[in-house]
Design a protein around this ligand. Structure first.
Ligand code: ASP
Length: 582
């Protein structure tokens, strides 16, 4: 027998009990006449004790010689500790060891396996299995399991069926590149790994499954941005015979349940905001509404004087930062430099201090009088003591810049609290998005999203104005889920493909199976997918998803532990009918 108990469960109630424990040696404290060892397993730490008085000499020597991370089994008696450790569940007891066997030796680990580690990111990733022994990572993985179980149980109780869909498929466009897998048995042909199970879940609706979900890996070959993974996990869902309202209700229910079950917070009905409103008020389609600092558009009150920067701008827009009028000139200059960094991209920034005495002091006093500035304060909601920050330029770019600035100021003000949750729905997204580089429209969500009723005709005259039955669930400034009501008839789908630049032949070649299926009685349907990694990280009160993934890839998409991707040998290349030389 390897163990009668785990290293996390013994306490005062077990005094005098004979126990067997197995685990890893975390720390050896050798005081000469007495040796203490912290023994670790998944469940916790238990202190082992060996001393001159009660331990045979040979066993004492053996204990002293144990290296860190050695795997051992011990047999001993639970005794009360003289000096108790209230920070540990097992802190009131220790085990006086009678027998010790070494189950496996261990090399000296390349970093300390404790809550605080001296290991850098790369090292921890290379030896991820050691990193997982550390409490924070272990707890994150267990936390992820808990969230996943809550999701499964909730959806199952609502009548959803988990169905697996294939990984070796044909392209499903979600706006990224596909990972491709060459087919050995079909020369010159490739599978694509799914960017999502989108078409399959729609086919399941045609198949009458009615309510589907799947906790599923998705693959997107994107240029890696910070904290993105080329493979990630979605909670993918679809329902038949539903309207947008039904989907929103169902998944608001799921999210509310998770917040209650996992975080113990009760949240009322989620606010809803159209995409246009979110852009206007927050400059962002995933606004963090834990705090205000809403945008105030100043065109009408700032474009009547000789300040050309504003006069030539498409948009002049500002936010009022509470209490920041006390910023010194130097601090403001630093903030302006911050806004001008390439990551933010502002060309400059105008500021107005709302002084305690009710007067205003701005960087554009030459052009604007107190009355003008009072108007700006009114529109941005600034009070005495606030600092108004104003950006101007092309509307979309300026909104994005001010949104970044808003988040930064909220961070500085300590308003981005990890234990506060403010979900909302953003609805009525544009159906299409103009790709500035090519001048072509592409689907903002994906090509299977239906336009709002009655808007199909607009596609010919003003494609950018068409709104979709598409929605995002936003939590604390992150998009945690997104979905839509789908097109379910062949004709509409054909019109969509045409507007996305597919010839009928191309559409048939790529999506013929779906268009065919629509002819055999496709029910109205819609759904949503949540990004599980992000959701878990936010619920866990952390920013990085990597710490909630057992074996993540680094920022260049590499698994540095197994060293993938890797070259393959010529034999394999040949077998796969891939050319060896370029
Ligand atoms: N397939 C979509 C996505 O991966 C989600 C959905 O429309 O249900 O973003």
């Amino acid at each position: 027998m390897y163990r009668s108990h785990t290293c996390g469960e013994l306490g005062i109630k077990d005094i005098d009990r004979e126990v067997t424990l197995s685990g890893w040696v975390q720390k050896v404290r050798d005081k000469g006449f007495v040796v203490w060892i912290d023994l670790r397993d998944r469940y916790g730490l238990t202190q082992l004790v060996f001393d001159e008085e009660r331990t045979p000499k040979q066993l004492l020597e053996q204990a002293k010689a144990l290296g860190r991370e050695t795997v051992v089994r011990v047999l001993g008696t639970v005794i009360e500790r003289a000096s108790k450790n209230p920070n540990r569940t097992t802190g009131e007891i220790e085990v006086l060891v009678k027998e010790l066997s070494i189950l496996n030796k261990a090399l000296l680990p390349p970093f300390t396996i404790e809550d605080e580690t001296d290991g850098g990111d790369d090292l921890r990733m290379k030896y991820r299995y050691l990193d997982i022994r550390r409490t924070p990572i272990r707890d994150n993985l267990i936390f992820r399991h808990t969230v996943t179980m809550e999701v499964r149980n909730y959806l199952s109780a609502q009548g959803f069926i988990e169905v697996e869909t294939p990984y070796l498929i044909k392209s499903t466009p979600e706006g990224a590149r596909d990972f491709l897998v060459p087919s050995r048995m079909n020369e010159g042909q490739f599978y694509a790994l799914p960017q999502s199970p989108q078409t399959f879940k729609q086919l399941l609706m045609v198949g009458g499954m009615d309510k589907y979900f799947q906790i599923v890996k998705c693959f997107r070959d994107e240029d890696l941005r910070a904290d993105r993974q080329p493979e990630f996990t979605q909670i993918d869902c679809e329902m038949a015979f539903v309207e947008q309202e039904d989907v929103l209700q169902m998944f608001e229910g799921l999210t509310r349940h998770l917040l209650k079950a996992i975080k113990g917070v009760e949240i009322g009905p989620f606010p809803r905001m159209t995409y246009d409103e979110a852009m206007r008020r927050y400059g962002n389609d995933k606004p963090d509404i834990r705090f205000g600092m809403e945008f105030g558009e100043l065109n009408a009150v700032a474009q009547h004087k000789d300040f050309n920067v504003f006069n030539t701008a498409e948009l002049v827009v500002g936010i009022a930062v509470p209490g920041a009028a006390s910023y010194t000139r130097k601090e403001i200059d630093k903030l302006i430099d911050w806004a001008k960094r390439p990551q933010v991209g502002a060309k400059g920034m105008v500021y107005v201090k709302c002084n305690e005495d009710g007067t205003f002091k701005s960087s554009v006093d030459k052009f604007y009088d107190q009355e003008d500035l009072a108007q700006w304060a009114k529109i941005t909601g600034a009070k005495t003591g606030d600092l108004i920050l104003i950006l101007s330029g092309e509307a979309n770019t300026t909104r994005a810049q001010l949104s970044t600035l808003r988040m930064e100021m909220a961070e500085r003000l300590g308003w981005r609290k990890p234990d506060e949750f403010a979900p909302l729905w953003v609805i009525d997204f544009p159906l299409l998005e103009l790709d500035e580089a090519t001048g072509h429209y592409h689907a903002m969500h994906h090509p299977f999203t239906s336009p709002k009723p009655g808007q199909l005709e607009l596609l010919d005259t003003d494609p950018g104005a068409v709104r979709a039955n598409a929605y995002d669930l936003v939590l604390n400034g992150n998009e945690i889920g997104g979905g839509s009501i789908r097109i379910h008839d062949k004709e509409t789908q054909a019109i969509m493909f045409k507007h996305l630049g597919f010839t009928p032949e191309e559409a048939r070649a790529q999506f013929g199976f779906l268009m065919d299926a629509f002819q055999y009685g496709a029910p109205p349907h819609g759904g949503i997918a949540f990004g599980l990694d992000r959701l878990v990280a936010i619920l866990g009160g952390q920013e990085t998803i990597r710490d909630f993934i057992a074996f993540p890839k680094n920022n260049s998409g590499r698994d540095v532990m197994i060293d993938a991707p890797a070259t393959i040998d010529e034999e394999q290349l040949k077998e796969l009918h891939l050319k060896v030389d370029a």
